[in-house]
Design a protein around this ligand. Structure first.
Ligand SMILES: Nc1ncnc2c1ncn2[C@@H]1O[C@H](COP(=O)(O)OP(=O)(O)OP(=O)(O)O)[C@@H](O)[C@H]1O
Length: 310
């Protein structure tokens, strides 16, 4: 698939502190690429460099055939992490003003704005001042502003924060349908369940450098060990003594056993002792949420795996 955005060897320091180092990834037409990392990892810095809000000390950014300062940023949609629109302007005026800044035709912008306001449950709010909107409503307007001009690349920094579950669903559906329509999407979010549902590929930064880059299934295959959940009456010492169990979390009769890397579930199951009480048992790969926590808290296993990939 066609590459819409290519970030290569990006580096940025503030004063003498290096914030991001050697960051390289691509976002392709029609894909949702998740940019992940703990607080302070360097995600927003990466995005601000792409948007030309600041310029990198090293590396390059290519959008279509334009590079670095030549990139026409008005062709990119951007929902910044910091929210805020002019407060005393009405919703339609602000949307049309922002579309005009992007050289988008006014009539078309108005038509699309009305459609989107309706879609996001804000029908009739076009003449309301932004300051009269609730936080979530304001966020919807800002999201609409980022997509109104039909950008080919859309960068969303924490789009779901502060949204109720219904609004989250709406955003999720819209982001998916934009991707299906060919928009390249760079999505930064801390909501791992949503990322797991939506992202085609992901890039995880920790302390300013790459830890993971790949498709969701590659990442899961490579980094997500298995965990086995057993419902039954078992002593902790019995569970901890089972082969290839790294960690046990026990809550009443439910125990979650985190298995070593490279365990073959079929072989492991065959070797379980007969005295183990099993009322229910399931084996799953750990979730993206758990992978993320392992990395953010420097659990050795994943750190080693990450270093091998850096
Ligand atoms: N303008 C600046 N001057 C100095 N340091 C900065 C500046 N902007 C960001 N930083 C530092 O860069 C590091 C990365 O910040 P950044 O905002 O990119 O992280 P992030 O991954 O987006 O985090 P979060 O998930 O908390 O939003 C932090 O240590 C931050 O303090």
């Amino acid at each position: 698939m066609e590459t819409m955005l290519a970030v290569e060897g990006l580096g940025k320091s503030f004063k003498d502190k290096q914030i991001i180092r050697n960051i390289s990834f691509e976002v392709k037409k029609g894909e949702i690429m998740a940019l992940l990392g703990p607080n302070g990892a360097g995600k927003s810095t990466t995005i601000r460099n792409i948007m030309g809000i600041m310029y990198p000390d090293a590396g390059s950014i290519t959008f279509h055939n334009s590079k670095n300062k030549e990139i026409p940023r008005n062709k990119i949609g951007y929902l910044p992490e910091e929210r805020g629109l002019y407060k005393n302007v009405n919703v339609m005026d602000i949307l049309l003003y922002l579309a005009e800044l992007k050289d988008y035709p006014k009539n078309r912008a108005k038509e699309r704005a009305l459609e989107y306001l309706k879609k996001f449950g804000l029908e009739g709010k076009d003449k309301v001042a932004v300051e009269e909107l609730s936080k979530g409503m304001g966020q919807k307007v800002q999201f609409i502003a980022s997509i109104l001009h039909e950008p080919e690349l859309l960068i969303l920094d924490e789009p779901f924060s502060g949204l109720d579950p219904v609004s989250q669903e709406l955003f999720k559906e819209e982001i998916r349908s934009l991707a299906e329509g060919g928009t390249a999407i760079l999505l930064s979010s801390h909501q791992m369940n949503l990322v797991e549902e939506m992202a085609d590929r992901l890039f995880l930064i920790h302390r300013g450098t790459k830890v993971i880059y790949g498709t969701l299934s590659e990442v899961k295959r490579e980094y997500a060990n298995f965990k086995c959940t057993i419902n039954g009456v078992n002593s902790r010492s019995l569970l901890e003594g089972l082969p290839e169990v790294e960690r046990v979390e026990q809550n009443g009769e439910i125990a979650v056993l985190y298995l070593s890397r490279n365990v073959q579930p079929a072989v492991w199951l065959k070797n379980l002792p007969a005295e183990l009480d099993i009322q229910e048992l399931s084996i799953d790969r750990i979730s993206l949420h758990e992978i993320f926590i392992d990395i953010a808290t420097d659990k050795n296993l994943l750190k080693e795996a990450g270093e091998a990939h850096a």
